[in-house]
Design a binder for this molecule. Structure first.
Ligand code: FES
Ligand code: FES
Length: 168
């Protein structure tokens, strides 16, 4: 067992973990952040995407010990202390950019990350930026619209909850 410290959605945790424990299992099973789903467990679907030190990362592809000392933001912590919804969550709601919703937390995280590099992306850039996130339901059209709306909602500003610069 290895002792790690990790901040999740603004709360610091100290956990004893097995070296093989995946970050997504730490988040869901130990810390109770079940808003981050597991879609494939093989790094393909993107459903498990969270922010790790300010950039998106697939939490099924990272060991919990690798997140030692890191700042993690899940979909449940996106709005910070203020409650309400992050502009990207609002945009997904307003554009009906989900059906079953299973991919949505990861899509939202990947979309926010994409805007860090390109605050006003074209539809092509949005599709390319989300290529690591799979949706089985929507056909992506409304997701692209939502990201565009979310980009306008964020207006190039970053929220405290999603962090600033950081390593992927
Ligand atoms: S559950 Fe992590 S990429 Fe699918
Ligand atoms: S809304 Fe069902 S997988 Fe995307």
């Amino acid at each position: 067992m290895t002792r790690i410290t990790v901040t999740v959605d603004g709360i610091a945790y100290e956990e004893e973990v097995e070296p093989r424990l995946l970050l997504v299992h730490l988040l869901r099973d130990r810390i109770g952040r079940t808003g981050t789903p597991i879609g494939c467990d093989t790094g393909n679907c993107g459903a498990c995407t969270v922010m790790l030190d300010g950039r998106s990362a697939k939490s099924c592809s990272i060991l919990a010990v690798q997140a030692d000392g890191s700042d993690v933001v899940t979909v449940e912590g996106l709005s910070g202390d203020g409650g309400g919804w992050h502009p990207m969550q609002q945009a997904f709601h307003e554009e009906h950019a989900l059906q079953c919703g299973y991919c949505t937390p990861g899509m939202i995280m990947a979309a926010i990350d994409l805007l860090k590099d390109d605050p006003d992306p074209s539809d092509d850039a949005i599709r390319q930026g989300l290529e690591g996130n799979l949706c089985r339901c929507t056909g992506y059209t409304n997701i692209v619209r939502a990201v565009r709306r979310g980009a306008h909602g964020m207006s190039g500003q970053e929220t405290a909850a999603t962090g600033g610069e950081g390593a992927r």
